[in-house]
Every structure is written in C-alpha cells, then in structure tokens.
Design a protein around this ligand. Structure first.
Ligand code: SF4
Length: 228
C-alpha cells in the first residue's frame, strides 16, 4: 500500500464542507443552497427511506478482531480538502503485531439500485480522501451496498473521480462565498421526486416562467392604466 506524503495546505475548521453536501450539490446546486445556505429541509418518501436505512445500519453489530475491525458511523475529516462527515461502515485490516491499519475499505449503504451518474461515487470518494489523510495510506477501491440489489458493488477511486470530487468541493466553496441560491431549472425527472419541490417551486422560478410572470404583471398594469 502506497504511503502519501505530508500535507502542505490546510482548510480552517469553520470552512469544512459536509460530505453529505456533495451529493446535494451534484444533484442540483439549488438544492444544495436551499439546504446548506438557506437551511431549508423537507422530508419525502425517498429521504425518509434513506434515513431509516442509515439508522438501521448504524445500530447494526460491530466486529472487532485482532486483525480486522468494523467501525459503523465513523466520523472522518480532511483538513487538506476541507471535508467533514461520517462513513456508514469502515472496514480495517490491521497488522496483528503493530495493530497498524494495512488496508481500509469504506462501505456506503444506499436505498435503491446503483446509479448511472456519479452522485454516490463522489460521496464515497470524499470519504476516501478523509480516511487517506487520517490514516496516511492510499485507498484504491470502496464499496456500496444497494438495498434493492442485496449485494456489494465495488467503486474504483481513480484519478478522474478524485478530480471530479475535488472540483465539486471547490464549486461548493464558491457557492458558499457568493451566498446566492442558484435559480431553479425545472427538469421533471430530477425535480418531481425532490423533497424540496414545494419550497423550491421550480416551475415558477425558471427564467422563462419569470419572464412570463413579468409580462403578465406588465400587461395587467397596462390594462389598469388604460381603464383609469
Ligand atoms: S425542485 Fe428541482 S430545482 Fe428545486 S431544488 Fe429540487 S431538484 Fe433543484
């Protein structure tokens, strides 16, 4: 296992990005801003099922042997990448004499099935970045357990995924600095299952609908003036 070199830059504790925020920002930047800047939250069936699954996982059994350890709900942090969060499960293979970690495998539990996009993969990559920094080693793969598939799936933590994750962390910092909630862009497939749809009102805040509303108001004012 490769050992990483020492860190040269650090992010202040106050600027740490929640690992869970990466998923939100990748899914929709407006959703990220509503949750993490405007502090809005609304639960729906999908978020409730996800929360229940994680609660079940975190009360699951723990296994600890001389050479192998399973840590559920483990807190992780990276000051190099400015990340903080929790891992559902971290499996650690240890040297029996020194107890030093020799191999680490993060496992993330998800409702549903494997996704085509990278929403889940950037989350586990962010966990890997934290664990690598904490234990000073390199992790090349991690795993998902998708409830509907009833089996583990391996995720390669390659350079492309790492670059994508780091770029997303930077993008989140930019949104945080601007403190501006991005305008909604309604997409049926993405917005209809979104738990924030009633708070977000994407159909009424897209540019075209806004233009439509402005025209309606202008037309109303004109007819008012004409009848005055
Ligand atoms: S409803 Fe659509 S635009 Fe609004 S936060 Fe959800 S996904 Fe984003």
């Amino acid at each position: 296992m490769q050992v990483k070199g020492s860190l040269d830059t650090f992010v202040a504790e106050n600027d740490l990005v929640q690992i869970s925020a990466l998923q939100h920002a990748m899914f929709c930047e407006r959703q990220y801003a509503l949750i993490h800047i405007e502090r809005l939250w609304e639960e729906n069936r999908f978020t409730a099922e996800g929360r229940a699954l994680h609660e079940r996982v975190h009360t699951d059994h723990r296994e600890s042997r001389r050479s192998f350890l399973q840590e559920y709900d483990m807190s992780v942090r990276s000051l190099k990448f400015g990340l903080i969060g929790k891992c559902d499960l971290v499996e650690i293979w240890r040297d029996t004499k020194s107890h030093k970690p020799m191999r680490i495998n993060p496992v993330e539990f998800k409702r549903g099935r494997k996704k085509e996009n990278d929403v889940d993969r950037v989350q586990i990559c962010a966990q890997v970045l934290c664990i690598e920094e904490m234990f000073n080693l390199t992790i090349e793969t991690a795993e998902f357990y998708y409830l509907q598939e009833h089996r583990r799936t391996v995720a390669n933590i390659d350079e492309t995924l790492r670059a994508k994750t780091i770029a997303l962390i930077d993008r989140i910092r930019t949104i945080n600095e601007n403190k501006k909630t991005p305008i909604a862009n309604y997409e049926k497939k993405r917005c209809d299952p979104c738990s924030l749809i009633d708070l977000c009102m994407p159909k009424y805040t897209t540019k075209s609908v806004r233009r439509y509303m402005q025209n309606q108001i202008k037309a109303g004012l004109t007819s008012l003036c004409e009848s005055c």
